[in-house]
Ligand binder design. Structure first.
Ligand code: ADP
Length: 459
């Protein structure tokens, strides 16, 4: 039995114990303050009625014996005393027969004896069941000028009637059923927690395939649901991490192999000047690719932090785009690409350094995947509380299924692989736009061109 299980049962027993103590104290308070006196008075009335019957109906003391005996059969105990000191008992015998001194006053002063009300020898209401002559009520009566004292109490058999036995059975049954119920309920409550503990151990061993099949509509059900969701997320993260490491190693491996191969060729062979230049250019290109990949990975890792420290300043988007175009003027001229732009001068609060990466990526892609003598159109405008930027090219375009994947890390459309891309630029761009609470969407048609649409909140 685990600890929580034991604690629950222990707590139930403690509660039961204290509720019994409390109920006992409460019952005693009620008994001592009201019931005791009432019982005493009721018995006095009964004793007086019996005494008056004895006085009226019986002329000699020997005659009342059968009468008191028959009442004794009904569940009463009697103790009769006269002035000569003669005593007689009727009904169930008393355990204690010491005559209380107050009993004499019943004979001498004709006073009523309230033994039941004043009986204080026994602890609280348990005294009510004491089979003692002192725990009686006493009344005087006279037959043939002889004074008697009649002392009476109900015997314990009468006090514990059948209904009391039924009540005790009832209380015991309730207690037993309640305790068994608690034991069962605790088991039902703890079982999923035990399973959850097992599952957590599995997850800590990187086994993410341990779904808990427990359907419940309570807090534990929610906990299990949350756990399964977390497990799914961890599994996905694990897969992403593995794919990421795979991609990174592959992307580092191939340029490194090229550099190594061409360096060996240069060292080993007698080469013409133009061949040597070609190989050196490849080495230069591959090392730049490696450097670019490292920079992008570093940026991506820092963007992955939950609380990336954004450096907000006033940024003029049109100025930033113009700067980027200027930077790639040589590439545009090399590919004879026409660039058209309509750039409204709008300032927003943004992280300037991050946004530059977005324009850089969109423009270089629009050049890289454009056709010779193609066109690139860039627009910056604002409407309502948003700034809209579109970058449109007349390049090779993409298929629908390719478009849906271009924001994934390392995704490259096959044709792009030859162009030496890393497949990281757009995922970085999306992450940057997300950090600015904006959106980025794509429209593309194969052979027609591609349009990237960005919206950024002005505030
Ligand atoms: P890359 O470094 O490969 O360009 P990106 O993340 O910037 O990485 O782009 C992902 C892929 O999306 C590219 O490999 C390319 O296939 C496709 N792509 C991006 N921009 C365009 C575009 N303007 N026209 C056609 N395809 C594009």
């Amino acid at each position: 039995m685990n600890t929580l299980h034991r604690k629950f049962i222990f707590a139930t027993l403690i509660i039961l114990f204290f509720s019994i103590i409390l109920a006992f104290i409460l019952a005693n308070i009620v008994y001592m303050s009201a019931i005791k006196q009432k019982i005493d008075q009721e018995n006095v009335i009964l004793a007086e009625e019996i005494a008056s019957t004895l006085e009226n109906m019986h002329s000699s003391p020997s005659a009342f014996t059968p009468y008191l005996q028959s009442i004794g059969e009904l569940g009463y105990q009697f103790y009769v005393l006269n002035m000569d000191g003669e005593v007689a008992f009727y009904g169930h015998p008393f355990n204690k027969t010491d005559i209380p001194p107050e009993a004499i006053k019943v004979l001498v002063n004709k006073e009523i004896y309230h033994g039941m009300n004043n009986y204080a020898q026994q602890f609280l209401m348990m005294g009510h069941f004491s089979n003692d002559v002192r725990n009686t009520v006493g009344v005087p009566f006279t037959i043939n000028d002889q004074s008697y004292g009649l002392f009476l109490r109900q015997n314990n058999k009468l006090l514990f009637s059948d209904i009391h036995i039924i009540l005790v059975c009832f209380v015991i049954t309730v207690a037993v059923v309640a305790i068994s119920g608690v034991i069962w309920f605790v088991k039902y409550l703890i079982q999923p927690i035990t399973k959850l503990t097992e599952a957590t151990k599995e997850v800590s061993r990187e086994n993410f395939n341990y779904p808990l099949q427990i359907k419940r509509n309570d807090e534990i059900g929610l906990l299990i649901k949350g756990f399964n969701k977390m497990q799914n997320q961890l599994q996905q993260n694990d897969e992403v991490r593995k794919t990421f490491i795979n991609n990174v190693s592959h992307d580092f491996q191939s340029p490194l192999m090229n550099i190594q191969g061409y360096a060996e060729l240069i060292r080993a062979n007698e080469l013409t000047e133009s061949e040597r230049n070609d190989y050196l250019e490849i080495i230069d290109h591959e090392s730049k690719r490696l450097s670019n990949l490292t920079k992008q990975l570093l940026l991506l890792t820092s963007l992955d932090q939950k609380n990336y420290p954004m450096k907000y300043t006033k940024v003029n988007i049109a100025d930033q785009i113009k700067q980027t175009i200027r930077r790639y003027q040589w590439l545009l001229e090399e590919k004879e690409i026409d660039i058209l732009h309509k750039l409204s001068s709008i300032t927003i609060m943004a992280d300037a350094e991050l946004l530059i990466n977005v324009w850089d990526n969109l423009l270089t892609n629009a050049i890289k995947y454009n056709v010779q003598r193609g066109t690139i159109t860039i627009n910056v405008s604002s409407k309502d509380s948003f700034l809209y930027i579109t970058v449109e090219d007349t390049g090779i375009g993409m298929k629908k299924e390719e478009v849906s994947q271009i924001f994934e890390r390392f995704y490259r459309v096959d044709s792009a692989r030859k162009k030496g891309g890393t497949g990281l630029g757009l995922s970085i761009a999306k992450q940057i736009i997300d950090l600015h609470h904006g959106t980025i969407n794509v429209k593309s048609q194969i052979g027609q061109g591609t349009t990237f649409m960005i919206s950024l909140p002005l505030e």
